[in-house]
Design a protein around this ligand. Structure first.
Ligand code: HH2
Length: 287
């Protein structure tokens, strides 16, 4: 898969792509409250693009492991819609993705110019989102998770047999089939193993280590390892915002194993690392 069809354009994937995270939330696990005002969020997005982000992912509802607080449609829209509009104006060439599980939010942000809907439930929690994305021709990220917004990043549903990746693959494939049945084109879909979502560290490591099995499904693979708990556990860094080196290591490995889109908070470090890793991979003739 060398490209990904978004709402009004196509993103080529012949080089690693970085999705910079802009959390317009009071409670996100590593940067909650930092960019809650619209102005701060826009400024942050502009900075991430200057640092090398190819796209921006805006989120108005956290899924934090300590139990996220679900927000209403109005509240979520109040957070993200002004930021989508302002970024469209200031950075018309940068595709905007919105991280939401609500079809009403998806409809409004697509109308306002978003190119991608990033649904951490892969339209499991609100299947109407798939129809809305199909009608708009939007790009979608279908992420593997189990449970609700409040508990999907906890361990409540983190029980797997010996082959974690097979279970993730089969649950994700079911979501891909549902999305395609709703009318979303194959070329519009990217898939994401959902690092840390209903997964203990050993589960996250297992799916990352076998990410080539996701790549083999034929959809672009997105990885969201940024600052997550398994990195804290492996490095002993308890403060999430200080996990940049571990994040870079995870993303470089995921690139080597075939992932092409990297959802990160720390754009500058990731850009430099992925560009160097990619140059090495290409010089060895791998793609
Ligand atoms: N992880 C988070 C949120 N959205 N989307 C995709 N596609 N993949 C991910 O791994 C992913 C995601 C959690 O990270 P963050 O947005 O920083 O935190 P919070 O959910 O607390 O806002």
């Amino acid at each position: 898969m060398t490209s990904w069809k978004l709402r009004t354009r196509t993103l080529t994937l012949d080089e690693p792509r970085i999705l910079g995270i802009v959390n317009v939330t009071p409670d996100s696990f590593s940067d909650g409250g930092l960019f809650l005002s619209g102005e701060a969020a826009v400024e942050h997005g502009v900075r991430l693009v200057a640092e090398g982000a190819d796209m921006l992912d805006l989120g108005g509802e956290s899924t934090r492991p300590q139990g996220a607080t679900p927000v209403s449609v109005d509240e979520e829209l109040g957070r993200v819609l002004p930021v989508v509009r302002a970024l469209r104006e200031q950075l018309p060439d940068v595709p905007i993705s919105v991280d939401t599980v609500k079809s009403e939010v998806a409809a409004a942000v697509l109308e306002a110019g978003a190119e991608v809907i990033n649904d951490v439930s892969a339209f499991r929690l609100d299947p109407r989102g798939a129809e809305i994305c199909a009608r708009a021709g939007a790009g979608v990220i279908l992420m593997h998770s189990r449970g609700t917004v409040s508990d999907m990043a906890t361990y409540r549903h983190a029980s797997y047999g010996a082959d974690v990746t097979s279970e993730v693959l089969s649950e994700l494939s079911e979501r891909v089939r549902a999305a395609e049945a709703a009318g979303i084109g194959k070329g519009q879909i990217a898939i994401d193993p959902g690092i840390g979502f209903s997964k203990r560290s050993e589960h996250s490591l297992a799916v990352l280590g076998s990410i080539s099995r996701l790549v083999a499904l034929g959809y672009p693979v997105v990885v969201g390892a940024s600052r997550k708990r398994f990195i804290g556990e492996l490095t002993g860094v308890s403060t999430a915002a200080e996990r940049v080196e571990g994040t870079v290591g995870a993303n470089v490995m995921a690139l080597a194993l075939g992932a092409r889109v990297f959802r990160v908070h720390d754009v500058r470090a990731t850009r430099h690392a992925l560009d160097v890793a990619w140059a090495i991979l290409r010089s060895g003739g791998e793609r």
